[in-house]
Design a binder for this molecule. Structure first.
Ligand SMILES: N[C@@H](CCC(=O)N[C@@H](CS)C(=O)NCC(=O)O)C(=O)O
Length: 231
């Protein structure tokens, strides 16, 4: 049994999709990041960076095994099940695009969304910088998908599960996906997978629109509570 510490955001969806793809038995434990649950001492023992997703695998190496960081969790679950991460040499192509998601797409799309939708002041320089960078990253994936069906090659892998959730927010992010026809083709294919739909549906009722976020939630996520709560 796996405990999934989760809130319905792109980083959370990566893991709910993988758990659904693998048919693993899991229990979802909501971490309400708007209300500050990510700062609870018990959660910090599992996820010292005060971010979800995180898991505890009760049948993990040495017993209860906790893990934070969605990329590490995806690799762990792929190795546990022997699925969605092919053997050499294709393995490292999938890991390459997984790392590209973790180091580029996640942080840059995250900042793009922050300055466009959540920032408490309007900063045109920041908005332009992160929108330009997000479009550049769309272009990089588009070129990769012109030569391969999936970022990892000819198979659907954990790289797709890491990428897909962030591309789902393209409209909110101010991106015109149809400018990237290979991304559009890949997106339309992956979006139809039943496990992707189930993964993204997990905790749907808990999700709030940016305009529904109150002052207290902004303080927890981006303001004095976020930084004041750190050691
Ligand atoms: N690199 C981390 C990023 C996780 C992350 O940023 N999670 C956000 C929600 S999408 C979070 O928990 N935020 C809580 C906070 O900022 O206090 C991963 O991929 O797991």
């Amino acid at each position: 049994m796996i405990d999934l510490y989760y809130w319905p955001t792109p980083n959370g969806w990566k893991i709910s999709i993988m758990l659904e793809e693998c048919g693993l038995e899991y229990r979802m434990i909501p971490v309400n990041i708007g209300e500050g649950a990510q700062f609870e001492p018990d959660f910090l023992k599992i996820s010292p960076n005060n971010r979800m997703p995180a898991i505890v695998d009760h049948d993990g190496p040495g017993g209860d095994y906790h893990l934070m960081e969605s990329g590490a969790i995806l690799i762990f679950l792929a190795e546990k099940t022997g699925r969605f991460l092919p053997a050499d040499p294709r393995r490292y192509r999938a890991i390459e695009w997984l790392m590209w998601q973790m180091g580029g797409v996640g942080p840059m799309f995250g900042q793009n969304g922050h300055f466009k939708l959540y920032a408490t002041e309007d900063i045109p320089y920041a908005k332009k910088r992160y929108l330009d960078e997000s479009n550049r990253l769309y272009g990089v994936l588009d070129r990769r998908l012109a030569e391969a069906e999936y970022p990892g090659g000819d198979e659907y892998t954990i790289a797709d599960m890491a990428l897909m959730p962030w591309f789902m927010l393209h409209r909110m992010q101010g991106i015109v996906m149809d400018d990237y026809p290979n991304v559009r083709r890949w997106y339309d294919t992956v979006k139809q997978r039943p496990a992707v739909r189930r993964g993204v549906d997990l905790g749907r009722d808990l999700r709030r629109k940016p305009e529904e976020m109150g002052e207290e939630q902004k303080r927890n996520l981006f303001g004095d509570k976020q930084f004041g709560n750190r050691a």
